[in-house]
Design a binder for this molecule. Structure first.
Ligand code: GLN
Ligand code: ZN
Length: 754
């Protein structure tokens, strides 16, 4: 009898109940008891869903009021000492750790592996101590048990916890804290055993990373220690193959091992060969990172023989937690029915697991109708003309090396652009968006609801463009932008106009805390039926003699922030998008727009988890960018923009994008991030951000001039641009104007000095 379970489910509630309750609590509108009641309701409903789907366990401990790593900080009693909270943190303190308070800045947040989920980074020092907090985990287990469910708690394993933390003191290795940490984990397991838990899922996703040898060897010691608690441990890895860590994992003294059979490459055969005869294998066959239905017949065939061998030692599972997919398709009444029939959100993934489990245990005829329906949907999707566009295929096939290089090398282009634009040294510009005011948002919302006509909406947006252009002229900026008033989101805006993209109505996924995103769904070949930005940009250019910079989102970012097709490689989808952007670039150029920015803020986060896989990614990613950018004449200037600029390890690949100008985020690091560009001798022009747009603070011109001086030490001054760190859409106009006026003054200071 195969068993079935999931590694975790979405925690925000099917209608973002947690978000709304959290935010009401933060505003002081509801009390802690009310927020906790909402949380309990979400957990209970999640368990009921898992139980009703016929899963053998309900997962407990996957809920978090903000983040699962922060939950562990609380559980392990290691809140950063700088907050002065002591060992136990209540809910108000928990939120202060996540969001900061008057005296302390929030804990740092960073991306959870290669997902768009962000976790809070534990802060470790040589004197960090751990101590068991009695709180949430045991309460939640008891809550599930009281409700009559078979609870399988989930913990982040000690090594992943340490690895994902940050050392907040020099000259110490956080791995040295393992010996202090393990006894607390052992205590947790002992407590769980005492309250009747049989299985504990212990997540060690770092097994899918390149690990230094001392970390790899630490696993054995750690799990010998934890095994002594006498509980059955299911060691879970996900997000990629284990490679050189595989044998380490298989030899650990645990009762079972979970592997990601979606992203695990072809490792399954090795796992089966080496699986010790007593261990459970939890096979992550249902994709927890994407929204497509699983081909159930294919899974059945892949695992049929193994099931005969393993019987109840085979568990069917989601590849990772379902945290990364939306809750349910039930609200998607507006999605095209055919497309909808190809999709599975969390609820539908539970149902798929249930079908598979029955197929293995009772034979396929027991779920013949479900399997037939699944097979029909799979076949329809494979053959659908909405997925395949022969013209796109032909265009991609016809791409050659002439399409991904500019006509001339950078120095030739630079000369042509200088002759054409006659910009001063240290030219000033912005990253694209200007404040998204309440009026802008309301106009867009009313237009979407059909309350105002297209003409009225266009008039409102033109008013905003006029306002932004006039302000920029008055400020004396050199390269203007139209301000992106018409865009709610830099991917959605383009996706809505491209063939091959669809949008869910309620497909929210947690990004961090109460922040959720609704990623577009790329389901088919991507093409651009008509220009997307030309009218707005041309209108802006008609208002000024200064150059207006056209503003586009790049192929890698479009891919990275969407749910992508699983029926072709990411690279293939990126190429299709790059051709659509290339067409837009050509139309902008033809409309007289001589400077075009193609934003790639997600370029770095697309890097694979393993270094060995980086070159292949960087190769197609930079090529996709170049295809979108290379169809223009030498005098047309291509910009790109990236945030989170920890680029030092990929500078050759950034240079390989060959943008004429790159703007990056550097102010928060006091230009430190720029040093690498200098050492590397970055060949093209650079605009290192001189002020942080995440804060309403208005920096003085002296402060920005000092940053520019610092930049000029490492970058040739005649290659430097002057701009903020990122777009200004979250700022108000007052601080924006004040800061830009100071920025222009700083540029003038530099012009006098150099
Ligand atoms: N052009 C975009 C803006 O200014 C860039 C946003 C980003 O880098 N995330 O808003
Ligand atoms: Zn940015």
């Amino acid at each position: 009898m195969a068993l079935a379970h999931v590694l975790g489910v979405p925690r925000i509630g099917p209608n973002r109940e947690l978000k709304f309750a959290q935010e009401a609590f933060w505003r002081g509108e509801v009390d802690e008891a009310a927020l906790k009641a909402v949380a309990s309701g979400i957990r209970q409903a999640n368990w009921r869903r898992q139980h009703a789907a016929g899963l053998d366990f309900v997962t407990v401990g996957d809920f978090a009021f903000y983040d699962q790593m922060l939950n562990h900080v609380a559980l392990l009693g290691c809140a950063p000492a700088r907050f002065g909270f002591g060992e136990t943190v209540g809910l108000p303190e928990y939120f202060q750790l996540a969001r900061g308070n008057d005296a302390c800045h929030a804990m740092e947040m960073t991306k959870w592996f290669d997902t768009n989920y962000h976790y809070l980074v534990p802060e470790l020092k040589p004197d960090t101590h751990f101590s068991l907090d009695d709180g949430w985990l045991f309460d939640e287990v008891a809550e599930a048990q009281t409700a009559g469910f078979e609870a399988k708690p989930v913990l982040i394993g000690p090594l992943s916890f340490l690895w994902l933390s940050k050392e907040k003191a020099a000259g110490f290795n956080r791995l040295d804290l393992l010996d202090r940490l393990l006894p607390v984990y052992a205590q947790i397991l002992a407590r769980l055993k005492a309250i009747g838990v049989e299985w504990v899922q212990i997540d060690e996703p770092i097994l899918a990373l390149d690990l230094p040898a001392d970390w790899r060897t630490a696993f054995e010691r750690a799990y010998h220690h934890l095994n002594a608690a006498g509980l059955k441990l299911l060691l879970a890895s996900y997000f990629g193959p284990l490679r050189e860590n595989l044998l380490v994992a298989l030899k650990l003294p645990v009762a079972g091992i979970h592997i990601d059979c979606v992203r695990g490459g072809d490792e399954l055969a090795q796992v089966i060969d080496w699986l010790p005869a007593t261990k459970v294998l939890s096979a992550g066959v249902i994709d927890g990172r994407n929204i497509w239905r699983t081909d159930l017949a294919a899974v059945f065939e892949r695992f049929e023989g193994l099931h005969l061998r393993l019987a109840d030692r085979l568990w069917l599972a989601s590849s990772c937690s379902l945290l990364h997919v939306p809750a349910s398709l039930s609200g998607e009444t507006r999605l095209d029915p055919e497309l909808r029939s190809w999709l599975a959100f969390a609820d539908e993934k539970l149902a798929a697991l249930a079908t598979l489990k029955t197929a293995f245990n009772s034979g396929r005829q027991a779920v013949a109708a479900e399997l037939a329906d699944n097979a029909r949907a799979m076949a329809a999707r494979r053959a659908s003309p909405r997925v395949h566009d022969a013209a796109v295929g032909a265009r991609v096939a016809a791409l050659t090396s002439v399409h991904d290089v500019r006509n001339s090398p950078f120095p030739v282009r630079q000369a042509a652009q200088r002759a054409h634009f006659q910009l001063p040294d240290f030219p000033t510009t912005t990253i694209g968006s200007f404040p998204q005011t309440a009026e802008i948002r309301s106009a867009r919302a009313r237009f979407k609801k059909g309350e105002i006509s297209e003409a009225d909406y266009a008039a409102a947006m033109q008013r905003e463009i006029r306002y932004a252009v006039a302000k920029q002229e008055a400020l004396g900026l050199d390269v203007l932008v139209h301000g992106e008033a018409e865009r709610n989101d830099m991917v959605e805006y383009f996706g809505e106009q491209l063939a091959g993209f669809a949008f869910s109505h309620n497909g929210w996924v947690q990004s961090y805390g109460s922040r959720c995103v609704k990623p577009p769904i790329i389901y088919g070949d991507v093409a651009r039926p008509q220009p997307m930005t030309v009218a707005w940009t041309r209108y802006a250019q008609s208002l000024t003699h200064k150059p207006v910079k056209g503003m586009l989102t790049g192929p890698v970012t479009m891919l990275q922030w969407s749910f992508v097709r699983d029926d072709q490689p990411r690279a293939a989808t990126a190429l299709q998008i790059s051709l659509a952007i290339r067409d837009e670039v050509a139309d902008l150029e033809a409309a007289g727009i001589g400077i075009i920015q193609i934003d790639e803020p997600a370029y770095r986060e697309g890097l694979p988890l393993r270094k060995a896989d980086w070159p292949a990614y960087l190769d197609w990613a930079s090529r996709a960018f170049r295809i979108s950018a290379s169809g223009v004449s030498d005098a047309t200037q291509i910009h790109t923009h990236m945030c989170y600029s920890e680029f030092n390890d990929i500078l050759p690949a950034i240079a390989a994008m060959d943008a004429d100008v790159i703007t990056i985020e550097t102010s928060r690091s006091d230009m430190e991030l720029l040093r690498g560009f200098g050492v590397f001798d970055y060949p093209n022009e650079i605009g290192p951000g001189v002020y942080d747009i995440h804060s309403p603070r208005v920096p003085s011109s002296g402060e920005m001039a000092r940053l520019l001086e610092k930049a000029a030490q490492v970058i040739p001054p005649h290659h430097l641009w002057v701009n903020p760190d990122c777009g200004l859409k979250t700022r108000g106009w007052a601080e924006t104007e004040a800061a830009l006026a100071n920025m222009v003054e700083a540029a003038q200071t530099l012009r006098q000095r150099y």
